[in-house]
Design a protein around this ligand. Structure first.
Ligand code: TXA
Ligand code: MG
Length: 338
């Protein structure tokens, strides 16, 4: 364990070579990507990957995404790369798309969470792709937060969570996308969304029939075997108690006025017209995780949240229901939906 965590700007050859040396020697390093910051280690090195799980306090059955510098490198970790996967990588990579493929035996089970598959992605960050090249191996990297906390979208978020537990954070500024990559698996010509993200169902539907896994919009804590192990963990949860209020703006206001005490905050869409002191705005969806961290920093204990439109804002909806621990109330009937 290190008791000192260094932060270096990612946009520097010296910083990248220092990061590569650390990774090659079996250490973990936090890296910026276009989605969220990741905690990276040599995907082939079991001891190094174990360090990721230790630093994050992550359950061992939750697999890690393997990050590559190019499409050509996919065959280093995947046993088979179906035509559809190649097409999708060509269309959306580098970018926020992870495809689950059959793994090669070189990928240890600690990386794949004991599965025969591996999630693969090529991040849209030049410095990080350069780093992967320098390391000469693929990098396993989950989001660089303490398990259960909101994913980090700045180097400061990573520092808040992992200070003293990792030797180096590469600072690449604020993550452009701000929500984690879309995770999909393939079944012949069909594309199944396991985690929604910036690459949407509509975008994917140009390449095949798209199915949205049940775990995307529902609680799978009761399911014995969720399609993606990450689904079953309470993710993105701030300390703050969030309840989602389904219904129109008027219904939300009615519910809020009847049920909020003076310490309850209203989390609303930017263009909602509702004049109240305890109001927070969603802002851009890329700022959602920052906002969750802000709630705790400000000591806000209770929030009633407007409900995003499921289809149009699936990625945000998916993160919000987890942040709320699946507490959704229908303002119309005042009954708990889930
Ligand atoms: O944008 C991202 O994907 C970020 C950045 C750092 O790349 N990474 C990230 O990793 O969000 P993580 O570990 O926090 O989330 C990975 C998700 C988990 O829900 C996990 O269960 C799922 O992807 N996953 C990974 N490999 C899988 C596999 N072989 N089969 C099914 N699901 C898998
Ligand atoms: Mg995560």
């Amino acid at each position: 364990m290190n008791d000192y965590t260094k932060i270096l700007l990612a946009d520097s050859p010296e910083a990248l070579s220092e990061a590569a040396e650390l990774i090659k020697s079996g250490q973990v390093v936090a890296i910026p990507t276009e989605t969220v910051y990741g905690l990276a280690a040599n995907a082939f090195d079991q001891t190094a990957v174990k360090r990721i799980f230790e630093a994050k306090g992550r359950p061992q059955d939750n697999p890690l995404i393997v990050h590559l510098h190019s499409i050509e490198a996919v065959s280093e970790v995947a046993k088979e790369v179906p035509k559809l996967a190649r097409k999708l990588f060509s269309a959306f990579s580098p970018g926020p798309l992870t495809i689950v493929l059959p793994k090669k035996k070189e990928v240890p089970y600690i990386t794949s969470g004991g599965l025969e598959t591996v999630g693969v992605r090529i991040p849209d960050n030049e410095n990080v792709r350069e780093l992967i090249k320098l390391c000469g191996v693929p990098l396993s990297a989950p989001s660089a937060n303490i398990s259960g906390k909101p994913s980090p979208t700045t180097a400061a978020h990573v520092y808040d969570d992992l200070q003293g537990k990792i030797p180096l954070i590469l600072d690449g500024g604020v993550c452009r996308v701000g929500l984690e990559s879309t995770v999909i698996s393939l079944d012949g010509d069909r594309i199944k969304i396991l985690r929604p993200g910036k690459v949407t169902a509509k975008m994917l539907s140009e390449y095949g029939e798209v199915i949205i896994d049940k775990g995307v919009t529902e609680s799978v804590s009761e399911m014995k075997k969720p399609t993606s192990p990450g689904m079953k963990y309470k993710h993105y949860a701030p300390e703050c108690d969030i309840t989602i209020i389904e219904g129109s703006l008027d219904e939300f206001i009615g519910y809020f006025n009847n049920n909020a005490d003076e310490k309850t905050f209203a989390l609303m869409f930017d263009d909602d017209i509702f004049d109240i002191k305890n109001r927070i705005n969603y802002g851009n969806e890329s700022e959602f995780f920052s906002l969750l961290r802000e709630l705790d920093k400000k000591g806000i204990k209770k929030v009633f949240a407007r409900c995003p439109i499921k289809d149009a804002q699936l990625a945000l909806y998916n993160r919000l229901i987890r942040a709320a621990g699946y507490k959704i109330i229908n303002a119309n009937s005042f009954s708990e939906v889930r």
